[in-house]
Design a protein. Structure first.
Length: 276
């Protein structure tokens, strides 16, 4: 199983937490962990040792940030968010698929069902939070002029068909789009993904593979009481802690899934401390 992350030094503990949750809940013989950054991470050696402890193999991938000099950035959306769009340029050519994950997710059930799914002619597999924000979904289609897409995909969880991506995803197309549309880009990399490739993404259920942890009661309501906390713990594969109030921040997140995150986070910190 090939896993991809894009972080800087501020999110090492969060990345390690994602890996802890995957190791605890996914039955795979081999994990290859690729971490894209624009400089060697200060904790690279510690991450490598932690991956070894989890029976994973760590691969740091250092790129030139000048490759993304044209990309618009903000304090919330730094250059690193673009790395997933052109990750195929920096990954080994013999990889045929890889699963990109944001560092603010947890894997709470086996990832194999998602990772092994048939992508056929699709570039990516991803989830839409349509049932949670249908009006926003329509607005995004109008804003990005991608009416052939099923909806607005969240780029925090992306299963990538690398063989096909190498053929169809072009750096020139991405930065031309950014240059021509920078005034309407709200979530820049995610907007680009949806605008250029939304009609080539395989839609997967968000309640299974990209569950917005802020919206537990909303999910329960739209499922007529089926997707309860117990259902999520049994069936949901990926919990995504979207938004600004992250569960690792003190006194910032009191949602129903915060304690679950803190369990994995504190377990990870103890394990990391044992490596020092």
């Amino acid at each position: 199983m090939n896993l991809l992350f894009s972080i800087d030094d501020r999110f090492v503990n969060q990345l390690a937490t994602v890996l802890t949750s995957i190791a605890e809940n996914t039955n795979a013989e081999d994990f290859q962990v690729y971490v894209i950054a624009d400089h060697p991470l200060e904790a690279s050696a510690q991450l490598a040792a932690y991956c070894e402890q989890l029976k994973m193999t760590y691969h740091p991938v250092v790129i030139d940030p000048q490759d993304f000099a044209q990309a618009p950035i903000t304090d919330r959306y730094p250059t690193t968010i673009y790395y997933r769009l052109l990750a195929y340029k920096y990954l080994p050519a013999d990889l045929d698929r890889i699963l990109y994950l944001d560092a603010d997710v947890l894997c709470i059930n086996d990832l194999q069902s998602f990772y092994q799914m048939d992508l056929s002619h699709h570039l990516y597999a991803s989830a839409i939070h349509t049932a949670l924000s249908n009006t926003t979904d329509v607005i995004n289609k109008i804003r990005l002029q991608n009416f052939d897409a099923d909806g607005y995909y969240n780029s925090g969880v992306l299963l990538m068909n690398l063989e096909l991506i190498r053929q169809r995803v072009k750096e020139k197309d991405i930065f031309n789009y950014i240059e021509e549309n920078r005034l309407v880009l709200l979530l820049p990399d995610q907007d680009v993904l949806n605008a250029l490739y939304g009609d080539q993404i395989k839609s997967v259920p968000d309640e299974l593979y990209n569950f917005d942890a802020r919206k537990g009661r909303t999910y329960e309501t739209i499922s007529f009481g089926e997707w309860t906390l117990d259902w999520v713990m049994k069936h949901t594969v990926i919990l995504h802690y979207c938004g600004r109030d992250k569960p690792w921040l003190p006194n910032k997140n009191t949602g129903r899934y915060t304690a679950l995150y803190k369990h994995y986070y504190n377990l990870t910190l103890r394990r990391l401390a044992s490596l020092q």
